[in-house]
Design a protein around this ligand. Structure first.
Ligand code: NAP
Length: 253
């Protein structure tokens, strides 16, 4: 269900809470996992476009995995306390800064902003190894008209590709709540699965590697056309084991 826009103060509290929760969860991860994530040989520069509820929580997991992360906003000064809390690997910038910085981009904005980001930063984003599209069209937040248009274009995966021509897109993390991410990462027992969809095999492989690094198990459910199922309210939404995701995805094809 879409949530109301954040006030500056509630955003500040939320971001500080996300950083603290992630630090707490990370402190409880087994030492071996820390060694594995902390010692990953090649660090990739990751940038988030959007650093609200989901962007801050997901970006924090990549910081904890040892990657330099730039969190971006149209008001980067509002992110200062959050990035300070995450330590030296985290920094804040404008969206243009993020596009310049990241090898990998996490696109985590209301879906109404996707076309705007494409218009302003499309050529830069097309040069990246991977753009993970976490954004969803949600009727109550983005409007019935937009959602109808997106569905007419084949759903969120194909519509994002149209907005970002040439970008190596993978949809992922679209329906795992921001408040659950830090507790699910590296959870005990079977890992939480992350359904992903994309058309570019190299981008899928890179996304899979990164998703494992932050403590989840990626499950490729198909090409970008399957991205329409990676939104809240579909059977793939929420927390599932990798086996459950495979079973559900098979019924959707
Ligand atoms: N929250 C979740 O649990 C969750 C889970 C999975 C997927 N998602 C998806 O992730 C996306 C973001 O959700 P959220 O809950 O994180 O939203 P949010 O807390 O409201 O944060 C939205 C972010 O998008 C940025 N933004 C808004 N309009 C923009 C524009 N025109 N250009 C550039 N940046 C813009 C905002 O930056 P400014 O600081 O510049 O305003 C803010 O950082 C949505 O599509 C949502 O469906 C959310």
């Amino acid at each position: 269900m879409p949530q109301p826009p954040l006030t500056l103060e509630s955003r500040r509290k939320l971001l500080l809470g996300a950083a603290a929760l992630t630090a707490l969860a990370a402190a409880s991860w087994p030492r071996a996992l820390w060694a594995q994530t902390g010692a990953a040989a090649d660090k990739l520069k990751i940038a988030t476009i959007g650093a609200g509820r989901e962007g801050s929580a997901l970006g924090a997991l990549f910081v904890k995995a040892g990657h330099p992360v730039m969190f971006s906003s149209r008001h980067p000064e509002q992110l200062k306390e959050m990035v300070d809390g995450l330590g030296p690997l985290a920094k804040a910038g404008t969206i243009a800064d993020a596009v310049a910085f990241g090898d990998i981009i996490l696109l985590i904005v209301p879906y109404t902003a996707v076309a705007e980001v494409g218009r302003e930063h499309g050529p830069g984003l097309a040069k990246k190894q991977l753009v993970i599209d976490v954004s969803n069209p949600i009727p109550r937040r983005d409007g019935e008209e937009l959602v109808k248009k997106i569905n007419g274009e084949g759903g969120a995966g194909l519509a994002t590709q149209k907005a970002l021509p040439g970008a190596k897109l993978v949809r992922g993390f679209n329906a795992i709540g921001s408040g659950q991410l830090s507790a699910l990462a590296h959870r005990q027992g079977e890992p939480a699965g992350v359904p992903i969809a994309g058309d570019d095999q190299n981008a899928l492989a890179l996304a899979s590697r990164l998703i494992k690094e932050i403590g989840f198990e990626p499950v490729v459910v198909g090409g970008l056309a399957m991205g329409k199922y990676l939104v809240p309210g579909t059977p793939l939404a929420g927390v599932h084991t990798p086996a459950e995701i495979k079973q559900i995805a098979a019924t959707l094809k």
